[in-house]
Design a protein. Structure first.
Length: 532
């Protein structure tokens, strides 16, 4: 008998409801823990363990989970798999030794839809283009490249000291300007930041919004619950904000590329030889004219812009932490000043060549990276093929996070890990309880904030030199005097997100002598031309 219209509607609705119910049940089951998965807390239907990401410092919860479940913890993000690596041994085994399948990157929906994010270093898959990218940036970030840029870093740090001497109350703004100036010049060869200070403000404002998008939250929920992608933009602030941030971001990237093109044209028109401090983008443009490199404008813009962001965020956060640590520990500051004075005397500022003679300062730097790492969890890796570790099965597509905080605060490896104690790095370059030989034999790294394996940040030496040169000059010129007690707690003294950085704090930068101010001014006048 034929089905009448009045019966077809309920039947259609019933089929839709059955379909939706089936999908919901399947989604709920996928959010539960699979067999042979690393140990971890109970996963809730639909959301899995998303409640552990309720704040911007998930490394705190991850480290607490280590106490209960061990060095490898399996979590569920809806139907997705997330594995936390809480030990140096696991990081070495998976991210280094098995790097051929552990070097992928997730590519979030918002960045797929709103920008050509595949060209951004944060989201590049591990393929031929990433290797081409690494080859290009080696000019700036290799040992030779780091040495080539030292004069610019010297000049930028002297300018920072002069600004601190002139307006010490604005030190946060001076720190931001310094952290942006050197990589900006090194990448695109322009001194525009000095002529248009508004560019500094716009960069940091947009960067703050960009880092919020990268922090687990609404933006990442669309990757867990794809149905959210159908929400129209006028009802989704997170879509509108993403579009605005990426438009501003791309404008800045392309501005840098245009500065590089102008610098290249000026150099050609004046028939000058390639200057000693040729910037990265100018070098690539020159080589492309000679047929040696092949990047289109979009790739070049993202190469320069992504590299700039990576350099600025970690350098600024690390420098802030180190200065705050020195201000909080006057005895450590005195020891650093004594060491710098012994090398440089009272007649000249420290320079890059002095760094190898300043082991205590270097120990302070490494301790700051251990004590309050700028990246307490590194950027995620994605597993490109099924694998097994310790009897646990990890499926292709599993996301892995290196919990740097747990590694660098493990009481089995560090005495009193919550204390800022640079002396731990004086006799042992790894800072651990075990002898250096044992740590070296285990393949332990000196620091973990830069990641490890094939996705390790290539700019570690660049950032290290920037912070050490500036700190050496700062302690030679100034006493750092705190205005009241400084908050070093992870709960309220530092803010989370993609980078872990100090909240604003109050200190005075008091010149150590009239002579130190005079020498500073002389150096400033001598080196200022390098930033022109």
């Amino acid at each position: 008998m034929a089905i009448t219209m009045e019966h077809s509607i309920p039947v259609g609705l019933s089929l839709c409801l059955v379909y939706l119910l089936t999908k919901l049940i399947r989604f709920s089951l996928l959010s539960l823990r699979p067999k042979h998965y690393p140990p971890g807390p109970l996963a809730l239907p639909f959301i899995g363990n998303l409640h552990l990401f309720a704040n911007t410092k998930p490394f705190v919860q991850f480290t607490a989970l280590r106490q209960k479940y061990g060095d490898i913890v399996g979590l569920k993000t809806g139907p997705g798999h997330l594995v936390i690596l809480n030990s140096a041994a696991l990081v070495r085994e998976l991210l280094e030794k098995r790097g051929t399948i552990y070097s992928g990157r997730p590519f979030p929906y918002l960045h797929r839809e709103y920008t050509n994010g595949a060209h951004h270093i944060l989201f590049m898959p591990y393929d031929g283009y990433l290797r081409q990218w690494k080859t290009a940036v080696r000019y700036l970030l290799s040992q030779a490249g780091a040495e080539r840029i030292l004069p610019i870093q010297d000049a930028a740090s002297v300018t920072l000291m002069q600004n601190l001497a002139s307006k010490p109350d604005h030190f946060m703004n001076h720190f931001r300007t310094w952290s942006l100036t050197t990589p900006f010049i090194a990448i695109c060869g322009s001194s525009a930041l000095r002529k248009e200070p508004g560019l500094i403000k716009s960069f940091f404002e947009n960067q703050e919004d960009w880092l919020k998008l990268l922090t687990p939250g609404v933006g990442s929920l669309v990757d867990i619950f794809p149905i959210l992608s159908y929400v129209p933009e006028f009802l989704a602030d997170w879509k509108r904000n993403t579009r605005l941030v990426h438009n501003n971001q791309q404008d800045f990237y392309y501005m840098m590329l245009e500065f590089a093109k102008q610098e290249r044209a000026r150099s050609k028109n004046s028939n000058e030889n390639v200057k000693q401090h040729e910037s990265l983008l100018v070098k690539i443009l020159r080589e492309q004219e000679e047929g040696e490199q092949q990047f289109d404008d979009d790739q070049l813009a993202y190469l320069g812009g992504g590299l700039l962001e990576a350099a600025v965020d970690t350098t600024f956060a690390t420098f802030m932490t180190l200065i705050k640590a020195l201000a909080s520990h006057p005895e450590v500051l005195k020891n650093v000043q004594y060491e710098v004075d012994a090398v440089c005397g009272s007649e000249r500022l420290p320079k890059a060549d002095d760094l190898k003679k300043l082991p205590y300062l270097r120990a302070c730097f490494f301790e700051s990276l251990r004590w309050r790492p700028a990246t307490p969890t590194t950027l995620p890796h994605v597993l490109d093929a099924d694998d097994t570790i310790g009897g646990y099965h990890l499926k292709q597509g599993t996301v892995l996070l290196q919990n740097t905080w747990a590694i660098t605060h493990d009481p089995k490896d560090y005495d009193h890990p919550e204390e800022f104690d640079p002396s731990r790095y004086l006799d042992n370059p790894y800072g651990t309880k075990r002898p250096a030989e044992a740590s070296q034999a285990e393949g332990r790294k000196q620091v973990y904030v830069f990641g490890t394996g094939r996705r390790q940040c290539p700019g570690d030496l660049f950032g290290e030199n920037s912070v050490l040169i500036a700190t050496a000059k700062l302690v030679w010129v100034f006493h750092i005097v705190s205005k009241g007690e400084l908050d070093n707690s992870i709960e309220s003294g530092f803010h989370g997100g993609l980078t872990f950085a100090s909240e604003e704090f109050k200190v005075d930068f008091v010149p150590r002598s009239v002579r130190s101010e005079k020498v500073l001014l002389e150096d400033y006048q001598r080196l200022n031309y390098l930033l022109e």
